[in-house]
Design a protein around this ligand. Structure first.
Ligand SMILES: CC(C)(COP(=O)(O)OP(=O)(O)OC[C@H]1O[C@@H](n2cnc3c(N)ncnc32)[C@H](O)[C@@H]1OP(=O)(O)O)[C@@H](O)C(=O)NCCC(=O)NCCS
Length: 190
């Protein structure tokens, strides 16, 4: 992918120096509160390679976010093709995020997401971008609302990859943003 520059961040593909951070965002208890798995370092090294390959191939994905002023990687924000959500057609475009806790509460996710929404609607030309989270993940749904996405309870679903051992993590709420909604939000913000 071509790196995307925002006011404070560089959104880019993963690099070898990000391996420790990538492991943290897949194993830290606070970050992973709403996920049923914790990945080992060997598993995250392999997963990072997978992410890197798809981002290289497609030009987008769950990409690294780096603070431009310091070069520090803080997590990921990006777009992804979804194919395992029962209430969405295969290939729907999802926006998702995961940061290490010391960088929560500074607006970095909203800032990066605005750039990714512009990339999705303008460069990829998609008609809609969705996001979903465990219903109790209010920090995540707050980002969705801040971005102008709206809840669509008719598309809420039980995530098929969450095992029965974690029933409280199954139910996911759906948020949507259409191209028209995104354009209207941009006009209103001017
Ligand atoms: C979900 C998650 C990405 C949200 O991160 P976040 O830092 O709260 O999100 P934002 O970047 O939008 O920051 C918003 C917060 O920064 C504050 N903020 C400060 N400066 C800001 C700015 N310039 N612009 C916007 N918000 C700003 C906002 O007031 C808000 O604070 P609040 O939480 O006290 O209301 C983060 O909590 C996380 O990584 N969680 C674990 C992983 C996870 O659950 N991922 C989602 C799975 S669906």
């Amino acid at each position: 992918m071509r790196p995307i520059r925002t006011e404070r961040l560089i959104l880019r593909n993963w690099e070898d120096r990000d391996r420790e951070l990538f492991h943290r965002i897949n194993s830290d208890e606070r970050v992973m509160e709403f996920f049923p798995f914790r990945r080992t370092r060997a598993e995250t090294d392999a997963k990072m390679e997978e992410f890197r390959h798809w981002i290289e191939q497609d030009g987008y994905g769950f990409a690294a976010a780096e603070i431009a002023a310091t070069g520090e990687c803080i997590g990921f924000i990006g777009l992804l093709d979804t194919d395992d959500v029962p209430s969405l057609p295969n290939g729907a475009i999802e926006i998702g995020w995961r940061l290490v806790p010391e960088f929560w509460g500074k607006g970095y996710v909203t800032e990066a997401s605005e750039a990714w929404l512009a990339f999705g609607f303008e460069t990829l030309g998609v008609d809609e971008i969705v996001s979903f989270a465990v219903a109790e993940n209010h920090r995540s749904t707050a980002v969705m609302k801040r971005l102008g996405m709206h809840a669509d309870p008719s598309a809420d679903f039980d995530h098929p990859s969450v095992p029965d051992s974690h029933p409280h993590l199954k139910r996911h709420v759906m948020y949507r943003l259409s191209r028209e909604g995104w354009q209207a939000g941009k006009k209103a913000a001017r």
